[in-house]
Design a protein. Structure first.
Length: 137
């Protein structure tokens, strides 16, 4: 018998969607707002993780924020990956920007070095990477 307890944060997800939808049109970096909202969702999710949980499946966008708190410390976890790791994504964007230096948007999508390091470190500890994309796998 499977005793999995599924928890989610639907209100925080709706809040994120609304904030992104109505973000100011003149906002320089919407990715920065996305990261802040993902961190907000992750912090809300921490309160919903049952203390007796031994394994967690986490969405990639919340993953580094949860890892940083230590909540995953004694648990195993799988990561649902929908994009390349931030470090690889930055490398590709930098290459594209070097080929198209006049593009303003190719320099926008950036995470902090701290977040990149957290994601890389946490990915090495993941039990499984779950993704539909062959390159990410």
């Amino acid at each position: 018998m499977n005793s999995a307890k599924i928890k989610s944060t639907p209100l925080q997800g709706i809040y994120r969607a609304v904030k992104l939808r109505y973000a100011p049109k003149n906002m320089n970096n919407v990715f920065e707002l996305m990261l802040k909202l993902d961190e907000h969702i992750a912090k809300s999710a921490i309160r919903k993780i049952p203390i007796d949980s031994t394994h967690i499946v986490i969405s990639q966008n919340l993953f580094p924020f949860l890892y940083e708190t230590g909540v995953l410390g004694s648990r195993t976890f799988d990561v649902l990956m929908t994009r390349l790791p931030l470090e690889k994504l930055h490398e590709r964007l930098n290459l594209a920007h070097s080929k198209h230096p006049k593009s303003s948007t190719l320099k926008d999508f950036r995470a902090t070095n701290k977040l990149i390091e957290l994601e890389n470190k946490a990915l090495t500890k993941a039990r499984k990477i779950i993704t539909p994309h062959s390159e990410i796998a």
